[in-house]
Design a protein. Structure first.
Length: 728
């Protein structure tokens, strides 16, 4: 709209300016023409005046010659008078041509008559002289008629001169007036050009100023959007855990109740709770996924996966429900489809689960089929066609586009009869679009529905292909490790103990460094096949150490970042500084094993099996510790003892650092505590408070509030940890 206004303003100004210039040019030309005409009139009057003077002189000359001839009685003295007479006739003719006024013309005609009479009179006198009739000539000359003619001629010449003088004055006035008008229009033109230029300059400057203001506002808005996105990402992470955890507990204990001896009525109640819980969990997952999609937080992770294993895992998810409803489930994978594809197995699973779950919900009898087809290979890319078809209730043609909209279903009655939020297909469409794919639906009411998808995937080639494993026992995961040593750069003593315990179980050689400076010193004397690098450390942080390894030491050793920050921006920052991969804290055994396997070269079968166990405490959660220890009680006792020693020191350190206004020290302690408390499973309880102290600018009230929560949770956790320690 603003651009349209600017264009209209410029066009209007251009047209108005052009018309104004045309008008001014017209008037200037008109006055210049008048000025030229006035000059011509002035020149004409000058010529008339000159001719009158010549005429008067010539007449006087003839009069003098005739008088001389009469006085000296000598006709010879009038020699050449014919030339003067011819000159007089020529001057009269020129005067008649120059005259452009009726009154002047009248006087000139009269002058012509008088001069003719004067010439005849002189001629008669001269004729008498030539014939020696001197008496008659004297008598004729002495008469007053000749003098009267001369006087009349002079008076007529004077009258003509007076008349032309008026014309001369008018011509001068016209020239003066036209000149002034031309000067005025020139002045007006200059003023208009200056005003228009100033107005245009002001408009351009004002437009630029507004544009700069809008850009500044846009930058501020963009910063707010980025900040909001970060807050939303943290919120979504916390909400995902906080909501799913109790729902999983509800469904888990409901599953246990189903295996108890219950009467028919109680069993029906349990099944109702289970079904409602599952529906609620689906809705919660849809809403969380929708929020992530809207915030741009969902990213496509391209890794190798087995398409046939993935399809079998989807079938396994719905096996019980398919059996309950007696629905036939068939799958077809075209033989030309490669076993291993490069893409996001998680998102593809989510798409298929949504579509199959949707088909199962609206199909009461008949069958559901899933097909995977090769729709064309181009280089190292393949277009995979997917079809999910059912024999359910179908969708009316006019409603088939609407079902992909958020919170929309084909009919209102479907919500009443089948439930659902109307988000599943919207999420599927967004996930397909996120992978540069397309989705279409074909349906006949009462006969069924078929969804057709086309998604491009990469083709994986090579002798050894490591794929994403779906629903397999991770304890059988093969660990590949380097032939050399691994350098672990970590300042937290509990995290050092955890990694040391794991690496000893896996029979890996390793060295520990407490900070980046120590790591650089070790790299000068030892060669390492892999470096695990913490980010926030005293003396020298992980980013600085990585930069020196890459730029100063010129080493290409794989560096894996280890940090308690789980945001995407932190991961991107690690890559920018030259790290090869990223693992978030608290470190899980399987995740660490997978990282080492990815960057290792030899196979090793892990003999450790993560034990199962129940947690009976309100604050601490021993599952993580028991998973890492693999049943090693000495290790569990050691890390519990370290936890009991470290927490009081950390709490005192936080409080003293705040009192001393040593903010960097307070933030370092808060960051370090995230690793310390992870061994007791306290991350979910303390994460929000520790991250506030670590990363935000806070005042006295905010510090006391967060510190109180940290201290309260840690106090309860220490009591329970002390009890757990006493069991050894």
């Amino acid at each position: 709209m603003q651009s349209k206004k600017i264009i209209i303003f410029i066009l209007t100004s251009f047209v108005a300016g052009t018309l104004l210039l045309v008008y001014i040019h017209y008037n200037s030309t008109k006055n210049i023409n008048k000025l030229i005409q006035g000059n011509e009139s002035l020149m004409n009057e000058v010529l008339v005046d000159s001719k009158l003077n010549e005429l008067e002189k010539t007449i006087s000359k003839i009069e003098s010659k005739v008088n001389g001839a009469m006085i000296f009685k000598d006709p010879a003295s009038i020699v050449g008078i014919d030339n003067e007479i011819l000159e007089i006739k020529t001057l009269l003719k020129q005067l008649q041509q120059l005259s452009d006024d009726d009154s002047s013309q009248l006087y000139i005609n009269r002058l012509d008559t008088l001069i003719q009479r004067e010439l005849l009179f002189h001629q008669e006198v001269l004729d008498n002289l030539y014939e020696n009739r001197l008496g008659e000539a004297a008598q004729l000359f002495s008469r007053s008629g000749g003098k009267n003619l001369t006087d009349s001629i002079l008076l007529t010449i004077q009258a003509i001169d007076d008349t032309r003088s008026k014309h001369l004055v008018n011509a001068i006035n016209s020239i003066d007036k036209s000149g002034k008008k031309a000067q005025q229009f020139s002045f007006i033109l200059i003023i208009i050009v200056l005003v228009y230029g100033a107005a245009l300059f002001w408009y351009i400057i004002n437009t630029i100023r507004r544009q700069i203001s809008l850009i500044l506002q846009l930058n501020i808005s963009e910063k707010k959007v980025v900040e909001s996105a970060k807050i939303k990402e943290v919120f979504m992470t916390n909400m995902s855990h906080e909501i799913r955890t109790p729902m999983n507990a509800i469904l888990g204990f409901t599953g246990l109740l189903k295996h108890k001896k219950l009467d028919k009525e109680s069993l029906e109640y349990v099944r109702t709770i289970e079904q409602s819980g599952e529906n609620l969990l689906i809705i919660i997952n849809d809403i969380l996924d929708l929020s992530k999609l809207g915030a741009g937080m969902l990213k496509i992770d391209k890794r190798p996966f087995n398409i046939r294993d993935l399809l079998n895992s989807v079938k396994g998810i719905f096996s019980n429900k398919l059996e309950e409803k007696n629905i036939l489930f068939t799958t077809v994978v075209e033989s030309s489809v490669p076993n291993v594809l490069l893409g996001d197995a998680t998102r593809l699973t989510q798409i298929l689960v949504n579509l199959v779950g949707n088909a199962l919900k609206f199909t009461n009898k008949g069958s559901i089929s899933v097909g995977i087809y090769n729709k064309g290979i181009s280089g190292d890319s393949i277009n995979i066609g997917l079809m999910v078809a059912d024999t359910g209730i179908g969708i009316k043609k006019e409603m088939q586009e609407q079902i992909f909209e958020r919170f929309q279903q084909a009919e209102d009655s479907i919500i009443r009869n089948y439930g659902g939020s109307g988000l599943g297909l919207s999420i599927v469409k967004d996930l397909v679009k996120l992978q540069n794919g397309t989705i279409e639906v074909n349906s006949v009411p009462g006969k069924g529905t078929a969804f057709h998808l086309l998604i491009p995937f990469g083709i994986v080639t090579g002798e050894k292909i490591e794929t994403v494993r779906v629903n397999e026992n991770e304890s059988d995961f093969e660990l590949s490790h380097p032939t050399g040593r691994i350098l672990v750069v970590e300042d937290n003593i509990i995290n050092q103990s955890l990694i040391s315990h794991l690496f000893k179980n896996w029979k890996l050689k390793f060295d520990l460094a407490n900070n980046g400076k120590e790591a650089l010193a070790k790299l000068q004397t030892h060669k390492y096949s892999l470096i695990l690098m913490d980010i926030q450390m005293p003396v020298m942080d992980g980013y600085t150490a990585t930069q020196k390894i890459r730029q100063t030491f010129k080493l290409s050793t794989h560096i894996i970042a280890m940090t308690a920050h789980a945001l995407t921006a932190e991961k991107d920052k690690c890559f920018e500084f030259g790290m090869n991969d990223y693992i978030s804290k608290p470190i899980r055994e399987n995740n660490l094993r997978q990282i080492i396997n990815q960057y290792g070269s030899q196979s090793y079968k892990s003999s450790s099996e993560p034990p199962s166990g129940m947690n009976h405490y309100a604050f601490i959660n021993l599952q993580y510790m028991q998973e890492i220890s693999s049943g090693n009680k000495e290790y569990e006792k050691l890390v519990t003892e370290q936890f009991l020693e470290a927490i009081p020191e950390d709490l005192t350190g936080l409080e003293n650092a705040w009192k001393d206004r040593d903010i960097p020290k307070m933030r370092h302690i808060a960051h370090n505590m995230k690793t310390t408390v992870s061994v007791m499973g306290l991350n979910d309880s303390l994460k929000i408070y520790l991250e506030t102290l670590e990363g935000e600018t806070i005042g006295e009230t905010e510090f006391q509030k967060n510190f109180y929560e940290i201290k309260s949770i840690c106090s309860g956790a220490m009591r329970e940890a002390q009890h757990f320690y006493s069991t050894f």
